[in-house]
Design a protein around this ligand. Sequence first.
Ligand SMILES: NC(=O)c1ccc[n+]([C@@H]2O[C@H](COP(=O)([O-])OP(=O)(O)OC[C@H]3O[C@@H](n4cnc5c(N)ncnc54)[C@H](O)[C@@H]3O)[C@@H](O)[C@H]2O)c1
Length: 461
Amino acid sequence: MSVPIPVNPHVVAASISPSSASIHDHFSTVRRQSITEIRQPKILHPLENEGLRLLILENISMDAVASFRGQGYHVDHYSKAMSEDELVQKIASYHAIGIRSKTKITERVLKAASKLLVIGCFCIGTNQVDLAAAARTGIPVFNSPFSNSRSVAELVMSELVALSRQLFERAYELRTGIWNKQSKGCWEVRGKTLGIVGYGHIGAQLSVLAEAFAMRVLFYDVINIMPLGSARQVDSLATLLAESDFVTLHVPELPETINMISKQQLAQMKKGSYLINNARGRVVDIPALIDALRSNHLAGAAIDVFPSEPGSNGAPFDDQLNPWANVLRALPNVILTPHIGGSTEEAQKMIGAEVAQALLRYLGYGSTIGAVNFPEVDLRAISAEQGGLIRICHVHKNQPGVLKQVNEALSPYNVEKQYSDSKGEVAYVMADIADVSFKELPQLKDRISSTDANIITRFLT
Ligand SMILES: NC(=O)c1ccc[n+]([C@@H]2O[C@H](COP(=O)([O-])OP(=O)(O)OC[C@H]3O[C@@H](n4cnc5c(N)ncnc54)[C@H](O)[C@@H]3O)[C@@H](O)[C@H]2O)c1
């Protein structure tokens, strides 16, 4: 939820001095300054004023570490992952942990994490964390699912040209000492039709890039989406397949997208067209694709994702992993890449910035927007001028009567704003209250956190 920042008319009015400039100019300058002043969020701290400690593993970007230290948090930064046993020994003194994909946060680790408030996965996936157990313990988990969209879109652009020019074949032949200059079956992409299946973060980026190459862009999506540029949404996958020279897939893996490109859909594609899959491995029925390539119905394919992928670099990609791997590897004009669609330095940097910001927003302001396992709740920031406000962040079991209890506890005070939401077994309410004296806070906090539904209650001042 994004909450608009109100403009305080008193601050604006008080600053106007019509004598020195035109009232219009002066008003807009002062208004801009005033909004800037009001927008300065107050940095909040836990009521107990305990210094927050962060454990950052797996060589997460130093920019992220610097942003935590900039907020005054203590950071322990390690380049390696930690085993479950190491984590169980260490984690008790930390309020936040940042990991990539190698560190596993299991229920056992969470049980040992008595102070832990939040987990940041500095990557796309969150399988390495027991998300349900984290939610039950009141710990939101943040990741960065869309920071590599541009990287994937750029890879697809390169694949369009490489397939269309049989680039990998020519380059491979020359590496083996064979000069084979030819133009037959090689095309410009200009004026060709690109069919994008799934017009989300990646599909939409790609649409803009492809039009800059003078391609005609069609897309198919299960929801109606405003096209970018001159792209056109079509009403069925069959229409897209029949009209496109290149078909590229950008849908999530869902029960309805598994094998969404199989024998029947491949037959609906134009003869001599190309298929690109940078989405998820099981979206394409690869044996059917192999048949379509062998019969020359398709002129080529680029595949970055596979139903089974090796767990580490250097591991073989063979028939033991996927029973058709060796046949696929031997086909001409097929580009095979090891799931590198989103793997760029830029994407890594953006992941660092995005997840660090999510952790800071949760620790400092209580916002759970973007959490993968948690109700998403936010309140607009308390500005520096609203000195007397206290922010209450109450994570509790999702059961009847909790809000009544909380609101009874808050009834002597003025609740300036309040928002709550639930997800599964967990609910979260945030409230900003005014006119509460510092002396009363410990008692109020005790009252709210002593209910049987309480999971974690934080007061930020
Ligand atoms: N190769 C890589 O390294 C790499 C990197 C990032 C993302 N991905 C994958 O790319 C895919 C797309 O990512 P995104 O960030 O654009 O996702 P997104 O959620 O932003 O967009 C997905 C789009 O697909 C649409 N969609 C869902 N089901 C559909 C269906 N049955 N038919 C047509 N459209 C459907 C959705 O409405 C949405 O617009 C995901 O599978 C993601 O895992 C791969």
